[in-house]
Design a protein around this ligand. Sequence first.
Ligand code: SF4
Length: 320
Amino acid sequence: MIKNSAIEAAAYEIMARAAIEIPEDYKTGLRGMLDGEKGELSHFVLEAMLDNYDAAEEDRRPMCADTGVPRYYVKAGNDAHIEGGFIGLETALRRATARATQDVPLRPNRVHPLSRQDNNNNVGINAPEIDYAFEPDADWVDITTVHKGGLFGSDYRMLFPGDGIDGIKRFFLDVMYEFGRRGLACQPAIVGIGLGGSKDVTMTLGKQAACLRVVGDANPDPQVAALERELMDMGNAIGMGPMGYVGNSMVVDCHIEVGYTHTGGMPMSVHTFCLSSRRAVARLHKDGSVEYRTDPKWFTPYMRRESVEWSMAEAALAAG
Ligand code: SF4
């Protein structure tokens, strides 16, 4: 049985880790951009960002004053038994969010959209969001928190099949140019793209692609992976570098996730996970042990399954 107290303690811990410790994969990606950055000022800004990551960890203070909007992604298997079920889990996550807001501290960003009521704890109606997914043959619960910043770092367009790959590239460039020009998200960013599904699913897939995959990761579909690389190179060739300065370091990685869609459409979303790419994960086992990591491992073969039936052995065969 996974205890509510263990869930609350782990969620509190990952809230602090996410705010303070930028994941190593993102930092490695940023260091890799230093050599290729031609703009003198942009080069200086990249170095300052890396210094800031170190300073945040040394001082145990949040990397950015803007907490963004903390949220959770929960993945569980059928054999995970949670005290109080998922109601118990949600209660623990809300309590952890409130405590972490006070203690870390996190900026209490969440307000009622009309009254602007702020409970000063990042908890309110539909906040923090909790998304769920499942995994076969698992007796654990994975809890990932993401503090996504960038109020405006998302966009959507309904493309049509006739727009093809050129239409995808055009929308991507339109978005990246506007985000950079208007300062809508601090770059370099992990860019997540949702392609297909219905409108809400497109938005969800794009956000998950940005926030729940690590820098250096590629989609297992070779056609999708090739498009990821091409869009990343295009994003770094529009003339903007970190924080919109002249340069060529805007996209630290590009991730695409697809969903089957209506035959008449090709919806697409673009999301940026900013230079404070804050994510942390805890896996809770039924024996009470907890493992911490920064890779959510969200998009498993089961999550990307295509067939009617699911079989781990078939998935392994298909993957070669
Ligand atoms: S976009 Fe990211 S780095 Fe920039 S202010 Fe917002 S949270 Fe901070």
